[in-house]
Write a protein that binds this ligand. Structure first.
Ligand code: PEP
Length: 259
């Protein structure tokens, strides 16, 4: 089944308002006519409004880097006494369409677990936001030969109990932690192997048809010069781009490589 490629930029903790405006304006010019690749940028929360105004009338969709929710009495919390947090309902209200959840930096620095990610995904589904769910192994885990089981535990934990029709519209990002921000990219064969494994887990959980619809992005030092080969792999349906999404030309070149 042909899946439309999807390239998303994770701006992380970067860009003041004016820089965010310049970056998205520059990108919009470069990708204005792209229709055959889905594109999203995920600025920090405070730049969302700035970016939202500038993506109007362009092919660029708006994403966020996180959302907060927990399950309380069987319901997803969207407001209340959770100082400093931003809920999926607030993001939806702000015009966001996609949300990165479970990024390894959130797992590493903010105690994000698969169970927490699961509650966040559920809450996103409730308000009509689509998640980009990040999974990936540490270097030690790859060296121990347990990459597939680590990723399987993450996928099963993050998606536990979630409805097939929503999962089908979601994105999974395979991001080997050792490749994020390091300049060290997984080889296309290494990435393809894990992507195929993730899809096989989805087949077991949801059946072939759903598994065929889910887009699986690769993330980890994807750049204009390695994007084409990675994106040519059968189960690599796009990229989640950190560093290279901060330069409009580099990010646009990756988008063009996905065509
Ligand atoms: C990321 O943060 O999701 C990422 C893939 O970063 P980078 O492209 O910089 O490795």
């Amino acid at each position: 089944m042909a899946r439309k490629k999807f390239i998303a930029g994770n701006w992380k903790l970067n860009c003041l308002q004016a820089e965010a405006a310049d970056l998205v304006n520059g990108l919009a010019q470069l990708v204005q006519s792209v229709q055959d690749v889905d594109i999203a940028v995920c600025p920090p929360f405070l730049s969302i409004a700035t970016v939202r105004e500038r993506v109007k009338g362009t092919p660029i969709k708006l994403g966020a880097q996180n959302a907060f929710s927990v399950s309380k009495d069987g319901k997803s919390v969207m407001s209340g006494a959770y100082t400093g947090e931003v809920s999926p309902a607030m993001l939806k209200d702000a015009g966001v369409e996609w949300v990165i959840l479970g990024h390894s930096e959130r797992r590493q620095y903010f105690g994000e677990t698969d169970a927490k990610v699961n509650a966040k995904i559920r809450a996103c589904y409730e308000v009509g936001l689509k998640p980009i769910v990040c999974v990936g192994e540490l270097l030690e885990e790859r060296d121990l030969g347990i990459t597939n089981s680590v990723v399987e535990i993450q996928v099963r934990g993050c998606l536990a109990g979630l409805p097939a029709e929503k999962v089908a519209e979601s994105v999974i990002a395979y991001e080997p932690v050792w490749a994020i921000g390091t300049g060290r990219t997984a080889t296309p064969a290494q990435a393809q192997e894990v992507h195929a494994h993730i899809r096989s887990i989805l087949v077991v959980l949801y059946g072939q048809s759903v598994a065929d619809q889910v887009r699986i992005q690769y993330g980890g030092s994807m750049k204009p010069d390695n994007a084409k080969e990675l994106l040519a792999q059968k189960d690599i349906d796009g990229g989640l781009i950190g560093g290279a999404s901060l330069k409009a030309k580099d990010f646009a070149d990756i988008i063009l490589a996905a065509r």
